[in-house]
Design a binder for this molecule. Structure first.
Ligand code: SF4
Length: 402
């Protein structure tokens, strides 16, 4: 069937793509060229009520940063002075690489808003992790310290509060909070009531931003003055051109001179209380592309484009796990971390990062991986709001990553 409902025919799209490749996608590069001689041009936003402003783009350090020292140097020049790492990233090589950078450029330490995380679930473990992180990062303080990957508000206990206060008094951390990949909305709502969480980094993208639960959680955190950092901002893989709405969406982005990855960043920045987007930038090309999007102040989204993005999210919802594990995990007769397995598949399939996918997958205890194959997932599938083929995906994960 010929496409006839809008002017975005496949031929029109390809023609625009050709024009864009020749010229209009270069527009953001002009911003970069202008900024190259004037560091710190990336816009900044307040980080909640902390009194600290942070750049709207954060360097995601889930990589061996000692191989990216030039990228880090250029990031600082362009104002990407919010850096995110964790004690577990690349077996510690992420923190060590940033430490190498600070050893070489010690004056830059005060310019960087440095975030790292502990995966320990005890205050003793967090103390040990923090001291190790300080040593690896070659610094005497962390700007924002996170409990890593909180998935239930039951982790936000009074002993963690007392720990955070003690470490602040000792001068080892300035701010405290958590990152969350699963049940983000529940964790955010609970945090907004506590009064001792300074910052949260949560999954947030064009698929999640329009749900009622996420809107409520964002409002509550904003009112509580919690600084918010978005991660996983791409919401899965590239926008394809398989349906009419995708074709129109891709064509509109292209016409305005943005890649779909840049457009997805801009969709997240539309929320004024997102202080920063944390995204991986392992090479200069990605750094340039993201910095160009951050420097561009034009409003990308009309109501029509936002609606198209929502429609795309609806049409492809069974491709994207929204991390609501409180819904599916209790429905099956075993302790399978469905959300974690879905994340591994996302690393392998959407990011093309098979190594990371396998590393994460193999952290799931063997006893549990053995249980995964023969289970009946249909009760979980019936409850899944994204209508994901959970059983099929669990078995595919075992075959591809096990
Ligand atoms: S599989 Fe479905 S129910 Fe489970 S976390 Fe993902 S989206 Fe939520």
């Amino acid at each position: 069937m010929p496409r006839k409902h809008n002017h975005w025919t496949r031929r029109g799209f390809l023609k625009t793509a050709g024009i864009a490749a020749a010229g209009s996608l270069l527009a953001p590069a002009a911003h970069l060229a202008a900024a190259a001689g004037e560091p710190n041009k990336i816009p900044q936003r307040p980080f909640g009520k902390t009194g600290i402003d942070v750049p709207i783009l954060s360097f995601g350090g889930s990589l061996n940063t000692s191989l990216s020292l030039l990228v880090l140097r250029q990031a600082v020049k362009w104002g990407v002075t919010h850096w995110d790492t964790a004690n577990t990233y690349m077996g510690g090589r992420s923190e060590k690489g940033m430490g190498k950078y600070f050893e070489k450029y010690p004056a830059d330490r005060r310019r960087i808003f440095l975030v790292t995380k502990s995966h320990a679930w005890t205050t003793k473990g967090m103390s040990e992790d923090l001291d190790l992180s300080l040593e690896r990062l070659q610094t005497d303080y962390i700007d924002l310290y996170f409990m890593h990957s909180v998935s239930s508000s039951s982790e936000l206990t009074d002993d963690k509060k007392a720990w955070a206060e003690k470490k602040k008094t000792e001068g080892k951390i300035r701010l405290f909070g958590f990152s969350t990949h699963s049940n983000m909305e529940e964790c955010m709502l609970a945090a907004s009531e506590l009064g001792w969480i300074d910052g949260i980094m949560m999954r947030y993208n064009y698929r999640l931003m329009h749900t009622d639960d996420m809107r409520r959680a964002m409002d509550a955190c904003s009112q509580a003055g919690i600084g918010l950092t978005a991660m996983k901002s791409q919401g899965g893989g590239q926008v394809k051109t398989d349906t009419e709405s995708e074709l129109e969406l891709a064509g509109r982005f292209m016409e305005k001179g943005f890649t779909d990855a840049q457009a997805k960043l801009k969709a997240v920045w539309e929320h004024p209380n997102i202080a920063s987007i944390c995204t991986e930038m392992p090479n200069m090309t990605l750094l340039m592309s993201n910095v160009a999007a951050a420097l561009d102040q034009s409003k990308l989204f009309s109501n029509r484009e936002m609606e198209l993005l929502r429609q795309h999210a609806r049409e492809t919802r069974s491709d994207y796990c929204t991390g609501c594990t409180r819904i599916c995990q209790p429905a099956i007769d075993a302790d399978i971390p469905i959300g974690d397995v879905m994340r591994c598949l996302m690393y392998a399939r959407s990011y093309g990062d098979r190594h990371r996918a396998m590393t994460h997958f193999q952290k799931i205890p063997l006893r549990i991986r053995r249980q995964m194959e023969g289970l009946d997932y249909s009760p979980a599938e019936q409850r899944c709001p994204q209508k994901m083929a959970i059983g099929k995906l669990m078995r595919e994960a075992l075959a591809e990553l096990g």
